[in-house]
Design a protein around this ligand. Structure first.
Ligand code: F6R
Length: 223
């Protein structure tokens, strides 16, 4: 494991974008695991600029996203599909048909999870998985629990996650209470994982996750 400490959000975004760009250059037909949230916005901006400048080509890249709120479809501006389209996919030369986000509106979420994991396996696994980290240590939407959950599955969001994500909604009541998330299996099977954390508020959880015991109450500690 390698820790890279930088001083500004811009530096963090540039470094993360450099690592993702390197992945695409080394393996143009790669599978990128992508995340939403505020942390990767700057990274995506840099990748968009690199793509516009002809430095990286997304045309052969496949992407799989970590998670989606249950009940929000891609036309909802709070859905993670909408986030990915507006923050990255609409602005680079990726084939949208090769961008995957779990379907939070699937009638059978268990079957959706199984199909999502099978698809990742069929793609040959994830070459580089980008992660943020929640204040409670969640990665994807894998919340603190008594065990690490393997497959893509439905989760009940913690109060702290609902509160943290309320900033993107009109009110806390509008934040969905459940989500579908990639589990620890696909994340841990990724050939490389790049976790980015920004700001002083994340300091305590980074220390706990990476310098404390491996504990499902701190999901990121599995890394
Ligand atoms: C998003 C995701 C979440 C976020 C985490 C941090 O797809 O899976 O785990 O990475 O909630 O969010 P921000 O970056 O907004 O602090």
């Amino acid at each position: 494991m390698k820790y890279i400490v930088v001083n500004t959000y811009e530096e963090l975004s540039n470094k993360a974008a450099d690592l993702i760009a390197a992945q695409i250059l080394v393996k143009p037909h790669c599978v990128l695991g992508l995340a939403t949230g505020s942390s990767p916005v700057g990274t995506y901006k840099r990748l968009i600029a690199d793509n516009a400048a002809g430095k990286i080509d997304f045309s052969t890249v496949t992407s799989v996203n970590l998670d989606e709120y249950v009940g929000l479809d891609g036309s909802n501006d709070q859905s993670y599909r909408y986030f990915m389209n507006t923050n990255l996919f609409d602005h680079v030369n990726i084939d949208k048909a090769k961008t995957f986000v779990p379907n939070g509106c699937a009638a059978d979420l268990k079957a959706e999870g199984e199909a999502y994991d099978a698809m990742i396996r069929d793609l040959g696994g994830i070459d580089l998985q980008l992660l943020g980290i929640g204040l409670d240590g969640h990665i994807g939407f894998n919340e603190p629990d008594y065990y690490f959950t393997g497959p893509t599955h439905e989760v009940k969001l913690d109060e702290s996650t609902i509160r943290a994500n309320a900033r993107f909604f009109q009110s806390e009541d509008e934040v969905p209470k459940t989500a579908i998330t990639m589990g620890m299996q696909s994340i841990m099977q990724a050939k490389k994982v790049l976790l980015i954390a920004n700001g002083a508020a994340k300091k305590a959880i980074i220390e706990k996750a990476f310098f404390g015991p491996i504990d499902p109450q701190v999901p990121a500690s599995i890394l």
